[in-house]
Design a protein around this ligand. Structure first.
Ligand code: ARG
Length: 466
């Protein structure tokens, strides 16, 4: 290793010796921030072009710098670039190599710039791309759910409260509940994108710069609407990263709920769905098993995303302005959360697309546990003009009677029903079946198949535009 290959050599003058090995170990971020190489080079190219256009550096130097940076890009992508831990981070690894390739002109690139605005830019660019990718993955899962909802607009299943059979619902309606959640997650992602649409470059270390930089030029070149307005905030701010994690944690929480339902539904006891071979595993000892490992892991990965959100909030809490090295701890949290969320969304899309729905088992369960009791009470209110509370009481007695007879509500004889209230007529049977129950729930947002079909149509239209 040459004498120059450690980071103290980069800031020369005051530092006579290289850092302690432990200092290097705690300080270096290259093992993870090398992920930012493309963003770092893109930012440097835009910065160099602006320095040239404003006359801060000469055209020859600019051309050398641009050529050198592009060479480095191909070296990294071709796997021939030598990353060095002693050069601390991605920024200094690239700058040191630039010097090897183009010589002294490399030293001009860092004019009117600091690693503080540089890292704020690189990381923002990375998070921005990841948010766009997340939105695409959320759309894919929403599409899969909408397709299943269309197919199962009239498939009945028990709806639960307290995980106890409550009222019959349609499986399509249940699928669309997750589409609603995902659409809120997607809007959190686009909200975060809109708020981070400002370019940090030019804030320099914290105070801005005396060079006549054109921050609007670099902002535009890098696809931002404007430069950030306050240099101190610019280098201190990691809200965009925290917002990514908050969105990811909320989305993961939603996915974990669907994952948990898939775990429950696929047990032999429920038997509502069967996961495809592609998304289940067997047991090494029990040949009959089909385990929902992918769903379980989606459920579990939520934990690490929550942890990352809490970790970054804790790193940032109480940090005085402006930049502190603490902020280097932001990256691993996001990298891991982004990778996890992406896997979760993709695995969930596969599971949802592939799973077999056992309509017969759902229908049977939908009719069990007197799930249409509310429909009976509603009939008493509507047809006999009873106050709901009294109707609730009469229905309770009907349930007790059905329990005693060991039959479903709609299998009670008319005489049994008349014994509870003499005005009850045959007409009551028109509301007691599961299919009739869901069909009647036409209030806006209700579970009726006509509603589900309308919602599916609306979602298809919106998703086609996404
Ligand atoms: N590797 C550093 C980080 O990720 C880059 C910024 C370093 N700035 C500094 N003043 N030491 O935060």
């Amino acid at each position: 290793m040459s004498d120059q290959k450690f980071s103290n050599a980069m800031w020369g003058g005051r530092f006579a010796s290289r850092p302690d090995a432990v200092m290097e170990a705690i300080n270096a971020s290259i093992d993870f921030d090398r992920k930012l190489y493309a963003q770092d080079i893109r930012g440097s190219l835009a910065h160099a072009a602006m320095l040239c256009d404003t006359g801060i550096i000469g055209k020859q130097d600019h051309d050398k710098i641009a050529h050198g940076l592009n060479t480095i890009l191909s070296e990294i992508e071709g796997g021939t670039f030598q990353f060095s831990r002693s050069l601390e981070d991605i920024h200094m690894n690239i700058e040191a190599r630039l010097k090897e390739i183009i010589g002294d002109a490399a030293g001009r690139l860092h004019t009117a710039r600091s690693r503080n605005d540089q890292v704020a830019l690189d990381f923002r660019l990375w998070v921005r791309e990841e948010l766009q990718h997340t939105i695409a993955s959320q759309n894919a899962l929403m599409k899969a759910l909408v397709d299943r909802a269309e197919e199962h607009a009239a498939t009945v299943m028990p709806g639960f409260t307290h995980l106890q059979t409550a009222q019959p619902v349609t499986f399509g309606h249940h699928c669309l509940a997750y589409v609603e959640m995902l659409s809120r997650d997607r809007s959190r992602a686009s909200g975060a994108l809109a708020r981070m649409d400002e370019c940090p470059l030019g804030a320099a270390a914290l105070a801005g710069t005396g060079f006549p930089v054109d921050r609007h030029q670099t902002a535009k070149a890098l696809g931002f609407s404007a430069p950030t307005a306050n240099s101190i905030d610019t280098v201190s701010d990691r809200d965009f990263a925290i917002e990514f994690l908050a969105m990811a944690a909320t989305c993961a929480m939603h996915l974990s709920r669907l994952a948990e339902e898939i775990v429950i539904w696929s047990t032999p006891q429920f038997g509502f769905v069967q996961l495809s071979d592609a998304f289940s595993t067997g047991s090494s000892i029990m040949p009959q098993k089909r385990n929902p490992d992918a769903a379980e892991l989606v459920r579990a990965k939520t934990g690490r995303i929550n942890g990352h959100l809490l970790a970054l909030l804790t790193v940032m809490k109480g940090l005085p302005l402006a930049y502190s090295k603490d902020m280097q701890e932001d990256k691993e949290a996001i990298f891991d959360a982004a990778q996890s969320l992406d896997l979760m969304l993709t695995a969930m899309t596969g599971m949802v697309r592939d799973l077999t729905v056992n309509k017969a088992a759902m229908k049977k369960a939908a009719g069990s546990r007197y799930s249409t009791a509310t429909d009976l009470a509603d009939w008493l209110v509507r047809s006999l003009g009873m106050p709901f509370r009294d109707a609730h009481h009469v229905t309770g007695r009907a349930v007790a009677l059905a329990e005693e007879r060991g039959c479903a509500l709609d299998k009670l004889g008319i005489d049994d029903l008349k014994s509870l209230h003499p005005d009850i007529t045959q007409d009551v049977f028109s509301v007691l079946s599961v299919a009739k129950s869901v069909k009647s729930r036409t209030s806006y947002g209700g579970t009726a198949p006509v509603n589900v079909r309308k919602q599916v149509k609306a979602w298809k239209r919106r998703l086609a535009k996404a």
